[in-house]
Structure formats: structure tokens, C-alpha cells
Ligand binder design. Structure first.
Ligand SMILES: [Mg+2]
Length: 241
């Protein structure tokens, strides 16, 4: 049998907050908040899927917007490479940043730092001036500025997206109450392809991508097979099918 590699998004793919749990679903803890309290949950079907992959010897690699400390609050213990902060960083098994990944992207960190903080400043002004129900901050991971995260009501996020003059410099992740402005090195697709290269994965391996957001499609479609949840932004985009 071929080696199986599963690249999987986490939030709204393998875990979700309580309000997004399907009615009557059995569930277990998925992740805690910063205070250690339960915040996200894994349904029985999600846990079964992970178990099936695990029992088949699959290498399961998270590909998440969470930074490292937020990933550490996820209940499932990922044991191999990890892609964090929307692909800005690739972590090795020992938790350190993959040096080969740093070779590819580190020279961009300083150049984008100023732009991210200017962008965040402009968004904070918009929030204040228009009294929007949102908050914005630059996310750091391993002491590196990785992306601008805006959270809030979808209407507020649309307002910000349409008026933020810095937005044109970034790629965007937008789903529900989350809006992220990503520098070019924060790319789940590039991070997945980097790991494929390191693990020397090719046509004889089974490579599966899982995600829920339209922004996940880039990395999912670089896998041989792609899966998405029934209730997901990707599914909604296919509503006419
Ligand atoms: Mg997601």
C-alpha cells in the first residue's frame, strides 16, 4: 500500500465551536481557549475520520491559520510536520521552524513587517472612526510577524475590506467572522508543496487535502484528492451544483 499523507485544515474542518456543532452530534474536546477552557469540539464522525487515517499509518499534517501557541491548544497531538499561521511557518517534528523553509522566506519578513503594521493601524482607525464591531492585530509566531488578523461581524469585515487601502498588497482569507491579510510567504499551498518536496512525495503516494474555506482550495487542489465538510464555505460555493 502507498504511504498516505493527509494535509488538513483544523477550524471548521476537524473541529468547530459549540454553536457550529450539528444538532444531536456526539462530540469530544477539540481545543481549549487561552484559559484552558473548552472552546472547540470534534464530532464523532470527525474523530472517526482521523482514527481511520491514523490506523492506516497516514502522516497527518495540520495546515492551519492558527499560530503555534493556538495549535498547541488543539487536543489532537500532531506528530509530524505542521503548517501554522496560514502557511507562514513550517514546523518540524521537534517544533522548530524548518530551516529549509526559512531559507525560502526569511528575507521577506522585514520587508513586510512595516506594511502589516501600517495596514493594522489603518484598520484600527476604521474600527474606531466607524465604531465597527471588530478588532484587528498583527499575529506573531516564533517572534515573527506573520499576518494581520481581523475578527468581527461579517458586515464590519466587509466594510473594512472595501475601504482598507493597504489591502491590495495582501492575499486574503475571509470566512465568517475571520478576515486575514496575508503576506506572500503566508501561503498554505507553498508550505504544503515544500513538505511534499522534503518528503519526496510523488505520484505513487496518496496525498489527501482537507479544508473548509475557499482559501484552502489552493493547497487542497495541489493534493491528489480533496475533501471538504458538508457545512463549509466550499460547499456553499457549490450550492448550484
Ligand atoms: Mg478552516
Amino acid at each position: 500500500m502507498s504511504q498516505i499523507i493527509v494535509f488538513t485544515d483544523l477550524d471548521d474542518t476537524l473541529i468547530q465551536t459549540r454553536r457550529k456543532l450539528p444538532d444531536n452530534a456526539s462530540f469530544s474536546l477539540g481545543a481549549t481557549d487561552k484559559e484552558g477552557l473548552p472552546l472547540s469540539f470534534m464530532t464523532k464522525s470527525q474523530a472517526t475520520m482521523l482514527q481511520v487515517f491514523s490506523q492506516s499509518g497516514a502522516i497527518i499534517i495540520p495546515v492551519t491559520g492558527r499560530n503555534t501557541s493556538a495549535l498547541d491548544r488543539v487536543a489532537y497531538a500532531f506528530k509530524h510536520y505542521r503548517v501554522v499561521s496560514h502557511g507562514a511557518l513550517v514546523l518540524q517534528k521537534n517544533g522548530e521552524i524548518c530551516p529549509l523553509w526559512l531559507d525560502k522566506v526569511a528575507d521577506q519578513f522585514e520587508a513586510w513587517k512595516a506594511l502589516m503594521f501600517s495596514c493594522n493601524k489603518e484598520i484600527l482607525s476604521l474600527i474606531k472612526d466607524y465604531q465597527l464591531n471588530a478588532r484587528s492585530r498583527v499575529i506573531t509566531d516564533h517572534d515573527i510577524d506573520v499576518y494581520v488578523s481581523v475578527k468581527g461581524e461579517p458586515d464590519a469585515l466587509s466594510f473594512i475590506r472595501d475601504r482598507n487601502t493597504h489591502g491590495k498588497h495582501f492575499t486574503h482569507h475571509e470566512n465568517g467572522h475571520n478576515y486575514a491579510l496575508l503576506p506572500p510567504y503566508a501561503s498554505k499551498k507553498k508550505a504544503v508543496e515544500h513538505i511534499n518536496q522534503i518528503l519526496d512525495l510523488g505520484v505513487d503516494h496518496l496525498i489527501i487535502g482537507l479544508g473548509d474555506s475557499l482559501s484552502d482550495l489552493e493547497f487542497m487542489t495541489s493534493c491528489q484528492f480533496a475533501m471538504f465538510p458538508q457545512h463549509s464555505q466550499i460547499k456553499c460555493s457549490l450550492s448550484d451544483v
